[in-house]
Design a protein around this ligand. Sequence first.
Ligand SMILES: *[C@@H]1O[C@H](CO)[C@@H](O)[C@H](O)[C@H]1NC(C)=O
Ligand SMILES: *[C@@H]1O[C@H](CO)[C@@H](O)[C@H](O)[C@H]1NC(C)=O
Ligand SMILES: *[C@@H]1O[C@H](CO)[C@@H](O)[C@H](O)[C@H]1NC(C)=O
Length: 337
Amino acid sequence: MAFNPAVVCLLAACISASLAVSSKISEKYPPLWEESPGQVSDYKVKNGKYIINIWNYSERLGMYKILLNQTAKYFEKFAPENEQNLLWGLPVHHGWQYHTGRLADPTQRTSCGKESGDRLCLSVDSWWADVNYFLSIIPFLAVGEAGIIGISPDDVIFLPPPKDQKNFCYNTSSCHSSFPEAMKKWNEFYQHVKSPSSSFDDLLKYVWAAHFSSLKIAGKNFQSRSKYYSKPEAEFQRNWALFVDYLAPPRFPTTLVRMNEFQKGLPPRILVSRDKGPIIKDLTGFQNVVLLLLNFLHKVHKYTGTLSFVAWKTLMKLKVARKLFLEIMEYILQLLI
Ligand SMILES: *[C@@H]1O[C@H](CO)[C@@H](O)[C@H](O)[C@H]1NC(C)=O
Ligand SMILES: *[C@@H]1O[C@H](CO)[C@@H](O)[C@H](O)[C@H]1NC(C)=O
Ligand SMILES: *[C@@H]1O[C@H](CO)[C@@H](O)[C@H](O)[C@H]1NC(C)=O
């Protein structure tokens, strides 16, 4: 296909102008953000402890709201309205999981998470809800340990899921002993957040290292969930987890606006067995391209025996390579959104 470069430029300019116009910050918040708990005292109290039902979307989202609120002062220097807070990646992605139905019970045995049932329920059988668990409890406990939020994490009780309780941890000491690496990496991130000398690029490096360590736990413990999903959805999960590994070395900026743009490329519903590709009709061009790219990445990764990842990591140690990659990605995003 031949594109007139001038037309492409014009198109890109129009798209970026329209993005700038429609950039009201609160429109980019995840679903139910405003209504969810925003401080620890918004949760129920029992015997002097706060009780968080981390298997309820609104309550889990509230933990992110507290995280974002309490770390806002450290990100003020980068942009107003907390827009450049790197922790946005977590709730924005969780919001996508919620509104695409990915947190509901995939076994269909309960109404957990279903539109017609208990919509806010996060199913312990949902691969997405399980993976996200380690991207919510660990960042939350670690922020408490870093002294950034005014309460001790030991004043909070996290309710266990209805089954498979052994797969999770519920307090600072048990998370440290079961998942020491992830707790350590999130602690390191917050230490750098607190340090006035940290640059934005430094913080990106540490947030991705922490993110990566949380995903490693999930990658090991929840493969058994894939049997509840159609083949295309299970492959998407596998490819997505791999892709996120590849996003870490170039330090993709997990800020509010970027995450929102990027997420438009992810499938807006659970994939079913008839979604064979290469083109899925009710998905946008951007979403189809993303699925194809993820599939391609998985093939490359597999055939090179992970050598591609090592090479990628090495290349992305160079600042100039990271910058180039992010610019290309930005360009593609603007064309496709
Ligand atoms: C989920 O949490 C919200 C906010 O605390 C609460 O209003 C709602 O009743 C809870 N739902 C369930 C099923 O626990
Ligand atoms: C943090 O939360 C408090 C209480 O809800 C609110 O008054 C304050 O404006 C919030 N700060 C930011 C930066 O969002
Ligand atoms: C932390 O959790 C572990 C395992 O769930 C439990 O045995 C322990 O008593 C808890 N510790 C505190 C301080 O609540």
